[in-house]
Structures are given as structure tokens and as C-alpha cells.
Design a binder for this molecule. Structure first.
Ligand SMILES: Cc1ncc(COP(=O)(O)O)c(C=O)c1O
Ligand SMILES: *[C@@H]1O[C@H](CO)[C@@H](O)[C@H](O)[C@H]1NC(C)=O
Ligand SMILES: CC(=O)N[C@H]1CO[C@H](CO)[C@@H](O)[C@@H]1O
Length: 407
């Protein structure tokens, strides 16, 4: 083991560790990607508490192994969150789900499948495109699944603080046929900037014409707008356009089940026969990866989704979280404008989901951390849920100082 180099820490967890050690009374953590209440506390969704009690009382449940592909009622949950109740693809029996360990696990087994089987066998050389910037784990997940050619595609226009649609479309046009594109289904992490419906249509048109593969990452459904339907618009549009695709669904954020590792890899195939073969290979991959998935989180999610009353209650809980984020966006923008902080701050309310890409430079971020004890990612990304009615004035004042004092 003398030759094992020390790996660098994962930036976002390192930031939280530094925050914990900070003893300043006004310190604020805007780093971590998890929901916080207005008292800065993690939130157990009331519907989750209720279902957990039902599970404890349910004498029919046990701790036997689950099937390799997951809890059957989770894999087929009646409400069909991502695709919608009336999805023709579901009626045509060409959609299947694989329970996975969080969104990350769904990405990983999907990537593993594509490397083994997509477009012929052993596709290590197929280009995989991820947005610039993206959730940093996308690179690692596809690299560890064996892909050798991972490339960025244009996404963020720093000058305009918005989507670089021209660059994005251009990269789609130029990518080799059959390249794989990882698309954020909604609430893009870290920029909070999504294509509009018109822009998605243009993206889909090029992807279809150029025979590019769509891998949706859906980690924030419900968080962007408060509506599950609205946030699934892009996914449902691509499916209606006849794409074969994967969707890595995470229930970490919208159920607040971060540590239970609940995810779903949705496979949309051309027909049922093809789906069956794909799932048979998925079973092989899962068997050697985690063998059988854990049950508690999947039970909570499927019990909630399969009961009309609990489902309604859950949607209300999701909206509570989304609305708090929207309120913090309005207030942060208003406070910066009231302070006369140089620059425009409209992007704070134009961006959606948990994160905002503030536009603060690495030097300004350093000032925020060192001088103001406000912790955020070096990219300038902040978690809107880290803001509360108690700390928002302090944060706005700190941003104002950073922008006016540091270039
Ligand atoms: C874009 C994106 N994809 C996937 C994930 C992973 O979610 P999970 O915790 O369910 O693995 C995250 C979590 O931060 C994310 O931001
Ligand atoms: C998992 O994916 C399958 C296929 O899309 C779907 O039928 C099922 O409802 C999904 N499960 C959950 C919990 O969303
Ligand atoms: C539409 C499509 O891709 N269908 C495929 C399903 O599987 C059969 C059998 O391998 C193929 O011939 C089809 O092309």
C-alpha cells in the first residue's frame, strides 16, 4: 500500500467539514445539496413519517432479499412519476424500471449497460457528452463504467448568465453519430438553468436526426416548479418523440430520503421484446454490483405513490419545499437590488431548482468563506435552501461586500 496515493477529498463534503469546524456565530452553509427548513434543519417529510409508521406496524413485511431488479411495486409504482399515468410507452409494455442505489446507482448501472451493449458490444470508445459545467460525479461515473472519451458540451453562457443554446446545438450537430448525451431533466445542477420547451424541441430535433443517445438524469423532479408534471416535461416530450432512452431517477431530494438510497433506472425501449432482453442484461449487472437492492426506502416511496391519498399528500410536501426555495430567490434578489449591489441579479429568480449559479468569482467565493464565514462552492453555486429568513440579510450583505471589494 506504499504506492497508494492519497485521493483528494470530495469538494462538497470538504466544504461541510470546514463549515462544522468554523466557530463564527453567523456562519452559513450554502454548499451541501440537501433541503433545509427555515430553521436550517433537515426535514423529514410528514408523509414519509406517516408511511414509516405504517411499515413498522405491517406484520406482513419481512427482511428477505428483494428480487435483483428491485421491489416489484416500486418498479411499477402506479403513479408513474417520470412518464405520467397515461404514457403510451407504458401501455405498449416497452418501459421497465430497475431499482437502484439512488440516482447515482441508476446512472452507474445505466452507464455500465451502455458500455457493454449499446450500439454493438464493448463501447468504451463511444463519446459520452456531459454539460459544461455539470454535477461533477457524472465524469467519474461514466469513467468508472469504462468509457474512455468523456467530453463537455456547451451549456452555460457565463456572460449572459443563461443557456448557451447555440453552442449546445452546435455540439450536437458535430458529435459523432451514436454519441451518448447526459441531459439534466430539470433544475440543472449546478446552474439552475434549463432549456425552455421551445429549446428542448430544437435539442430533440437535432438529437434524433444525428442519432444521438439520450440519458436523462432526473434528480430534482418537483423541486424546479413545485409540479411533478411540469418538471417532467422534457422527459415526456422525448419519449413522445419515439426516443429509446434511459432515465436515472433519484428520490433523494423529492422524498428527502438522501440516506436511504432510492433510485430507479427507467428503460424506454422500442418494443417489449427488446425491453426484456435489456432487463435480462441489467439483472447481470446488478447481481455483480450490489446483488439485491435495499428495501426500506423503496417501500416508503412505493407505498406513497400507490395510494391516491398519500400521493396527494406527498405532492403537497414537495410543493412546500419548492415554494420555500422560490421565496428565498425572490428575497435574495430584492435584497441585493435594494443594497445596490453592482451587476444584474435577475438570474437569481430566472434560475430554478435547489441551486443558483451566482456568478461570484473564485476570489469572491474565497472572500465569502474566509471573511464572512458563508460557505459556497468555488464555482459560485449556492444551495438556495441554505438561506433562511434569519440569515438572508447577512448573506445578501456578504455578497454585496464580496462583489464591491473583490474583483
Ligand atoms: C444532477 C444530479 N444527479 C444525480 C444526483 C445523485 O442523487 P443520489 O443522491 O440519489 O444518488 C445528484 C445529487 O446531488 C445530482 O445533483
Ligand atoms: C420506475 O420505473 C418504471 C419504468 O418507468 C416505472 O414504471 C415505475 O413507476 C418507476 N418507479 C417509481 C417509484 O417511480
Ligand atoms: C425497434 C427495434 O429496435 N426493434 C428491435 C427489437 O429487437 C429485434 C430482435 O433483435 C430487432 O430485430 C429489432 O430491430
Amino acid at each position: 500500500t506504499r504506492d497508494v496515493p492519497q485521493a483528494p477529498p470530495v469538494a462538497v463534503f470538504k466544504l461541510t467539514a470546514d463549515f462544522r469546524e468554523d466557530t463564527h456565530p453567523q456562519k452559513v452553509n450554502l454548499g451541501v445539496g440537501a433541503y433545509r427548513t427555515d430553521d436550517c434543519q433537515p426535514w423529514v417529510l410528514p408523509v414519509v413519517k406517516k408511511v414509516e409508521r405504517l411499515i413498522v406496524e405491517d406484520e406482513s413485511l419481512n427482511h428477505e432479499y428483494l428480487p435483483i431488479l428491485g421491489l416489484p411495486e416500486f418498479r411499477s409504482a402506479a403513479s408513474k412519476v417520470a412518464l405520467g399515468d397515461d404514457s403510451p410507452a407504458i401501455k405498449e409494455n416497452r418501459v421497465g424500471g430497475v431499482q437502484a442505489l439512488g440516482g447515482t446507482g441508476a446512472l452507474r448501472i445505466g452507464a455500465e449497460f451502455l458500455r457493454r451493449w449499446y450500439n454493438g458490444v464493448n463501447n468504451a470508445a463511444t463519446p459520452v457528452y456531459v454539460s459544461a459545467p455539470t454535477w461533477e460525479n457524472h465524469n467519474g461515473v461514466f469513467a468508472d463504467a469504462g468509457f474512455k472519451d468523456i467530453r463537455p458540451y456547451h451549456y452555460w453562457d457565463a456572460a449572459q448568465r443563461g443557456l448557451d443554446l447555440t453552442g449546445f446545438l452546435d455540439d450536437l450537430e458535430k458529435a459523432p453519430e451514436y454519441s451518448i448525451f447526459v441531459l439534466h431533466a430539470c433544475a440543472h445542477n449546478p446552474t439552475g438553468t434549463d432549456p425552455t420547451q421551445e429549446e428542448w424541441k430544437q435539442i430533440a430535433e437535432v438529437m434524433k436526426r444525428r442519432k444521438l443517445y439520450v440519458f436523462f438524469d432526473s434528480a430534482y423532479q418537483g423541486f424546479a416548479s413545485g409540479s411533478l408534471e411540469k418538471d417532467a416535461w422534457a422527459i415526456r416530450f422525448f419519449v413522445s418523440e419515439g426516443f429509446e432512452l434511459f432515465i436515472a431517477q433519484s428520490f433523494s431530494k423529492n422524498f428527502g430520503l438522501y440516506n436511504e438510497r432510492v433510485g430507479n433506472l427507467t428503460v424506454v425501449s422500442k418494443d417489449n421484446e427488446n425491453l426484456t432482453r435489456v432487463l435480462s442484461q441489467m439483472e447481470k449487472i446488478v447481481r455483480t454490483t450490489w446483488s439485491n437492492p435495499p428495501s426500506q426506502g423503496a417501500r416508503i416511496v412505493s407505498k406513497t405513490l400507490n395510494s391516491p391519498e398519500l400521493f396527494e399528500e406527498w405532492k403537497g410536501n414537495v410543493k412546500t419545499m419548492a415554494d420555500r426555495v422560490l421565496l428565498m430567490r425572490d428575497q435574495l434578489k430584492a435584497k441585493l437590488q435594494a443594497l445596490g449591489t453592482p451587476g444584474t441579479w435577475d438570474h437569481i429568480t430566472q434560475q430554478i431548482g435547489m441551486f443558483s449559479f451566482t456568478g461570484l468569482t473564485p476570489k469572491q467565493v474565497e472572500y465569502m468563506i474566509k471573511e464572512k464565514h458563508v460557505y459556497l462552492m468555488a464555482s459560485g453555486r449556492i444551495n438556495m435552501c441554505g438561506l433562511t429568513s434569519k440569515n438572508i440579510d447577512y448573506v445578501a450583505q456578504s455578497i454585496h461586500e464580496a462583489v464591491t471589494k473583490v474583483q
